[in-house]
Design a protein around this ligand. Structure first.
Ligand code: SF4
Length: 325
């Protein structure tokens, strides 16, 4: 008997895997990469959690499919920010079902807890997710199973429902008890959660799609740096520190020029290649405004190696009309 687990690396999905493993069932933990997960590298953490509970980890990349089918026209709308949680869950279950069939597994599990997240995990929302993904009966949620209708795995006796949990709500006490009982170590997940639930990130997304078609290759551009929309519509991203500069420098996306300061140390930037001459001049000024350059000096900004002379804006207040985050 084999099950496929939707796995985030968090405590709940790890406990869900362990509760099923404890019943002698093989579990393949799949982590579905939408592109909008935490910016911190969670892979090491996920591997460690899977090792501790004896599950195989597989990363499934659905970035393209996610942009095509889910993100921009979600049937059930968005949550508080740019997060289409119900449609997103449905997509994840549909993908998990695909993997289940390919792996010859018999059912799905997830770490969802009833009533934990008011909007996306109430009973109605869970039901919608099942309907959308044709997973009715296939999806077992071991942490809240006793509060939900029995699934196929329980009805057929593959899983003993009595050994599952009936957790409800946001209190994490029972999860902590189980973590202790199972001897789990370092289970606090590093980094934040889904970027689509972040207010600032969502503002950048809303702005982006007003000006351009969003593609998979644009996802990395959105994750770091200060984001500015210039007077004639170009997008400018400026690194805030060395780490962000290095990250932006490594991006290969031919929609953007790589911008560097010449003759003075400064940030790394990305600017839309569709920028008008006026926006290019403004971008050069903005880049210099983030350096120690003075109005009197003689500076240049390199656009993919081609140098343009410029001077900084009067002060950083002058950046405000263009700054998104
Ligand atoms: S928080 Fe993000 S990953 Fe989770 S369901 Fe919502 S949109 Fe999807």
């Amino acid at each position: 008997m084999k099950a496929i687990a939707l796995f985030s690396g968090g405590l709940d999905s790890t406990l869900a895997v362990k509760l099923i493993k404890n019943q002698g069932i093989d579990v393949v933990a799949i982590n579905i990469n939408t592109g909008f997960g935490s910016t911190k590298d969670r892979l090491t953490h996920m591997k460690s959690m899977c090792e501790q509970v004896g599950a195989e980890l597989k990363i499934i990349d659905i970035q393209n499919e996610y942009l095509q089918d889910v993100l921009f026209d979600p049937k059930h709308g968005y949550g508080k920010n740019f997060n289409p949680c119900i449609d997103c869950h449905a997509k994840m279950f549909a993908v998990a079902k695909r993997v289940m069939e390919a792996e010859g597994a018999s059912f799905l599990i997830s770490g969802e807890v009833l009533g934990q997240r008011p909007m996306s995990q109430n009973k109605d929302a869970l039901q919608k997710v099942l309907d959308e993904s044709n997973c009715e009966g296939l999806l077992l949620r071991p942490l809240s199973a006793k509060r939900l209708a029995p699934t196929i795995a329980e009805e057929k006796g593959w899983v003993d429902r009595e050994k599952l949990e009936g957790i409800f709500g946001r209190n994490r006490e029972r999860q902590m008890e189980l973590a202790c009982e199972f001897g789990l170590k370092d289970f606090e997940s590093p980094g934040g959660g889904c970027l689509l639930t972040d207010e600032n990130f969502s503002k950048k997304m809303v702005d982006f799609i007003k000006y351009d078609t969003f593609e998979v290759r644009d996802i990395p551009v959105m994750k770091f740096g200060r984001h500015l929309r210039l007077a004639e519509g170009a997008k400018l991203v400026v690194g805030r520190n060395q780490e962000e500069n290095a990250y932006l420098q490594a991006i290969e996306n031919d929609k953007y020029y790589h911008l560097d300061t010449v003759g003075i140390s400064g940030p790394h930037g990305l600017l839309s290649k569709s920028a008008t001459q006026a926006d290019k001049e403004l971008a050069a000024k903005i880049m210099l405004t983030y350096t120690k350059a003075t109005q009197e000096g003689d500076y240049a900004i390199s656009f993919d190696g081609a140098e343009h002379k410029s001077t900084p804006l009067a002060n950083r207040d002058a950046l405000k009309p263009y700054t998104l985050s």
